[in-house]
Design a protein around this ligand. Structure first.
Ligand code: AHR
Length: 501
């Protein structure tokens, strides 16, 4: 049997865990909002029309920060359309997704939804068709306590308390030719700097995210980050990263190693940001907000989505159904974010409901968990305290895209307060179980309190509308802990988690 050795050093701390790493994303896109989180006629709907069965699943998923309202949608959005009496709200065309927007959910409703789910709202402003004034107006509407035109309007609209939104995204993917109002790095960098400066004049405690490249395969990747930060460095706190992965042409081996691409992406953006910061002799470090990441079978959608020349409300768009292999990759991507947590301090799984999402719903029906739900929810529940980077000794396998890829990846957390710790593992081998020996002595763990795995003999098994519980977590049998040494066997193509006390 293939073997691996892992050593965990309690002092090899990447960073204390910031729960913003478990963020997600709700965009006005397809059925994410309408017929997703919001369905007034649904048996579980509350007075705002929000489905409480979905709220329960969002809580179980354990997502922290929720980015809203887009995505590409935000670049044509007028936030004013979504506040005030619902009967007066206009229907608009959403050019980003070629659909109709009823505006029945807007800032105030979404802020209430975040409270219901226990999450933090992360707001994006429109720098595509709009600019500084609209951003400042939204900030005043959302965050100013009272006594100004827009804060009093919010109060009159039924939200007496300010929403107190701390994190703000300065537009979305402004380098992408698909983005309404996309720009050059120079133009965007200047606009982002001016918008950020104005927003911080209103509240210097805001945390602002400037747009990085919309992907590491963009021809301007790297140059975009450098130019944008040269303009905006001292005014912003984060730069965004977006990445979607998929299995291409049946190459499962490369797909299972997608984390290597994410690692390259993170290292490149950190190096670029630090280059600019050092050149400016700045005292601060820019953080990474990985505010869109997921598996997305993008090419397949062009053929199958319910989008045509008609204008429709909430068409079914980007409704990927995820396999076990997808979930294993997603679990590994989350591990990679954690392993880089000293610089990636915020992240958003894109998206949350129906649209490339861990949670699916049917109108009038129930809500269920996709395969990708499980690694996210378990990691969010078990990871606590400090994130630790383990030392891993393991063989490699050859991939077409990345060359040699390690067969096993791992990350750990340890919490001094509760005395608990956790270990997350992935086996990328398609053929072999791997026996892993883990030196845990420095964690002072005496017992295994939980051991679960996501694995199926059919790596393409999915939870479908007709078989919603086909795939779930199983107990990881045979794990043993003696004298500070854990022995565990990881099935092929699996993601696993163990907790210790
Ligand atoms: O998450 C789906 C879309 O992907 C977002 O709207 C956009 O920002 C990205 O291209």
């Amino acid at each position: 049997m293939t073997t691996a050795r892992i050593a965990i050093d309690r002092t090899a701390v990447v960073a204390p865990l910031n729960r913003r790493i478990f963020g997600s994303f709700v965009e006005h896109l397809g059925r994410c909002v309408y017929d997703g989180i919001y369905e007034p006629g649904h048996p579980t709907a509350n007075e705002d029309g929000f489905r409480l069965d979905v709220v329960e699943l969002v809580k179980e998923l354990g997502s922290s920060t929720i980015r809203y309202p887009g995505g590409n949608f935000v670049s044509g959005y007028r936030w004013e359309d979504g506040v005030g009496p619902k009967e007066n709200r206009p229907v608009r065309r959403d050019l980003a997704w070629h659909s109709l927007e009823s505006n029945q959910v807007g800032t105030d409703e979404f802020a209430r939804w975040c409270k219901l789910t226990g999450s933090e709202l992360m707001m994006a402003v429109n720098l595509g068709t709009r600019g500084i004034e609209a951003a400042l107006d939204l900030l005043e509407y959302a965050n100013h306590p009272s006594g100004t035109a827009l804060s009093d309007q919010r109060i009159a609209n039924g939200s007496p308390e300010p929403h107190d939104i701390k994190m703000w995204c300065l537009g979305n993917e402004m380098d992408g030719p698909w983005q309404t109002g996309y720009m050059t790095a120079d133009d965007y960098g200047k606009l982002a700097a001016r918008t950020a400066q104005a927003m911080k004049a209103a509240d210097r405690n805001l945390e602002l995210v400037v747009c990085g490249s919309s992907g590491s395969s963009m021809p301007t990747f790297g140059d975009w980050e450098r130019t944008v930060l040269e303009h905006s460095y001292e005014h912003v706190d984060y730069i965004s990263c977006h990445a979607y992965y998929q299995e291409r042409k049946g190459d499962l081996g490369s797909f299972l190693a997608s984390s290597l691409e994410m690692q390259y992406f993170i290292e490149t953006v950190v190096a670029t940001a630090d280059h600019v910061g050092n050149k400016l002799r700045s005292k601060k470090k820019i953080q990474l907000s990985f505010d869109e990441w997921n598996i997305w079978y993008l090419e397949e959608h062009q053929a199958s989505d319910e989008v045509n020349d008609e204008w429709r409300f909430a068409p079914r768009q980007l409704e990927d159904v995820y396999s076990v292999a997808d979930a294993v990759v997603l679990g590994n991507l989350l591990m990679t974010l954690l392993k880089n947590h000293d610089r990636v301090t915020s992240a958003s799984l894109a998206q949350l409901v129906n649209v490339i999402a861990p949670i699916m719903t049917e109108p009038g029906g129930d809500a269920w968990r996709q395969t990708t739900f499980f690694p996210f929810s378990v990691t969010s529940r078990l990871a606590k305290g400090d994130v630790l980077r383990p030392r891993i000794e393991v063989g490699t396998y050859e991939t077409e895209v990345y060359g040699a890829a390690p067969l096993v990846d791992a990350v750990a957390t340890a919490d001094a307060e509760s005395g608990t710790s956790a270990l997350f593992l992935v086996n990328r081998s398609q053929t072999d179980s791997i026996e892993v020996t883990v030196d845990l002595a420095s964690l002072d763990a005496s017992s295994i309190t939980e051991a679960v795995t996501l694995h199926d003999d059919d790596v393409y098994a999915k939870n479908t509308i007709d078989d919603r519980e086909r795939v779930g977590l199983r107990e990881l049998s045979g794990a043993s802990l003696a004298d500070g040494v854990l022995t565990v066997t990881l099935p092929p193509v699996s993601w696993s988690a163990l907790a210790f006390a």
